[in-house]
Write a protein that binds this ligand. Structure first.
Ligand code: MF3
Ligand code: CO
Length: 255
């Protein structure tokens, strides 16, 4: 179901989204060669909990028989990992890595959701371009996140921007409505046809999240049942914000 948030509900969304932003800022400050993804997860979880929120990803069911719920507050995906990497004491960040951190906070009945991809130390030129294009595609997409446009306009803008820049969007995962549930309707693919899909209205809150691979759109899933990697081992980046559709320009709630 697509939900339109009231003024009061939007204020509550703002608060959850602010906590997401604070947790992302704490990770950005802490990330350096030598730190484990486990430690980064704990840093973000502390920020979420100390602000009276709950990390929505922790204990989120996989939906797949035999695969346990997601064990951590943050999905941390390094280099060829696209999404849903599981933090570990054994995963130590090193110079030259690119690291995506995807996290949600739940407070007062509402979720906020955002992802950042971080550079650590001296990263390759390709990695820099990949991140630039991934972030850029989000901003291309939200040019159409306005009253009167359709979901397909956002999807198309993201997909075409990525394609023209020589990279590949992942097709198996997508953005989503967000509010009382972490994943609400509509789904927001990162490719598609302009002029198609749901028409946007003020009060919709959407998590828009391009996942972009360097060498192929194909992905694989690791034996842990969660971690998604590029099929060719090339780099991947992910960027996400929760936004609000208004009467005019969209508001990015997690920035
Ligand atoms: N935050 C993710 C999203 O962008 C969802 C993570 S899956 C979870 O939709 F299992 F970790 F919660
Ligand atoms: Co999301």
């Amino acid at each position: 179901m697509v939900t339109i948030k009231s003024k009061r509900e939007i204020e509550l969304m703002r608060e959850s989204c602010k906590i997401v932003r604070l947790a992302q800022e704490a990770i950005e400050k802490a990330i350096r060669p030598g730190i484990s993804t486990y430690e980064l997860d704990k840093i973000a979880e502390d920020v979420i909990l100390s602000n009276g929120a709950i990390p929505s990803c922790k204990n989120y069911p996989s939906g797949v028989k035999g695969v346990p719920a997601f064990p951590s507050a943050v999905c941390i995906s390094v280099n060829d990992e696209v999404i849903h990497g599981i933090p570990s004491k054994h995963t130590i960040i090193k110079d030259g890595d690119i690291v995506s951190t995807d996290l949600c906070a739940y407070k007062n009945g509402f979720h906020g959701d955002a992802t950042r991809t971080h550079f650590v130390g001296n990263v390759s030129k390709t990695a820099r371009k990949l991140l630039e294009v991934t972030e850029g595609s989000f901003f291309e997409g939200i040019k159409y996140a306005k009253k009167g446009y359709r979901i397909g306009d956002i999807s198309h803008a993201i997909g075409e921007y990525v394609r023209k820049n020589g990279f590949y969007v992942v097709e198996e995962f997508q953005g989503h409505g967000i509010g009382r549930d972490m994943h609400e309707d509509p789904g927001i693919p990162n490719y598609g046809k302009a002029g198609k899909g749901l028409r946007l209205e003020p009060g919709m809150t959407l998590a828009i999240e391009p996942m972009v691979n360097e060498g192929t759109k194909e992905i694989e899933i690791l034996d842990d049942g969660w971690t998604i990697v590029t099929a060719d081992g090339s780099l991947a980046a992910h960027y996400e914000n929760t936004i609000l559709i208004t009467e005019n320009e969209p508001e990015v709630l997690t920035m």
